[in-house]
Design a protein around this ligand. Sequence first.
Ligand code: KG4
Ligand code: ZN
Length: 329
Amino acid sequence: MILALESSCDETAAAVLSPPSNLLSSIVSSQAKEHEPYGGVVPELASRNHLVLLRPTVEKALASANVTFDKIEAFAATSGPGLSSSLLIGNTAAKALSLSSQKPFIAINHMEGHLCSPFLDMEIKPHIGLIVSGGHTLLVKVKQFDDYKVVGNSLDDAAGEAFDKVGKMLGLSYPGGPEVEKSALKGDSKRFNFPRSMLNSGNLNFSFSGIKTSVLYKLKEIGVPDKQTISDLCASFQAAVIEILVTKALNAAKLYNLPRIALSGGVACNGSLRDLIKKKASEGGVELFIVDKNYSTDNAAMIARAASERFIRKQFSSLESDVNPNLEI
Ligand code: KG4
Ligand code: ZN
């Protein structure tokens, strides 16, 4: 049994999983409320909160899995990318547990965790992974576990970051992504025609800062928007971002002759994105795996799932390995 910890940003999370894919518990202690007054994650505050929340979160994960500490065979933690002061908390705790119990430590790349999240309870098949989170927008060609090639990346803002910034611009609460989606439900996605940046760029990269700036210019033109206009701006912005994400994922599947797509990351919670990718994948004869909404934003279940693949392969990490805020996949 593996105990995994995730503390790369503002969620303190712990999960217990029996390899290869039997998830026994997953607890996420969110700090969103603490960061809301600042309109974004405050790194110092995040690491202090991780310190407070880590122990009770681990205890809850063990209790909910009905597993005692001595049954844990390996300890895993996210080692990057993320905020270094946040990563250090989960990472150091997992290493200390590993040292004191003489069980292996497994360092996991947060993005590998997201990639594994649509396959929590099943075998990981070759696919094109579309990871859309607050820090990344990646298209990854996955030949098999541990054989990854990034084939598309955002040249500027990540998709989730653009959602958050647009939410902030429109006076919605933090984090903006879910609020933009909520407001968009009452909006007209055709009222404003925001640019589909790089849609026909001939490659698989993304750019979202232009769309975000277009929303800002439109907002300046409008002045003080009424509630309906805010909803129309949200719906139109969301439609532009989603069209680009889905088109590029399908282009990647076609280019690499790999008719299987897996969608993950916080933005994968978005209902319109889920609906459009389902429709287009079905039209294109592409098999689709979408992360369960409960495991799309940061969690430790996905870290445990990745760790279980490494555990099976005996790919353990040194206790001297360091966290890396800029770790690449
Ligand atoms: O994967 P995640 O929890 O953290 C990172 O690894 O970055 O993703 C968080 C991002 C945030 O930008 C948040 O606004 C976005 O996911 N998000 C959404 C939705 N729910 C979360 N974006 C759009 N629609 C949503 N429903
Ligand atoms: Zn994440």
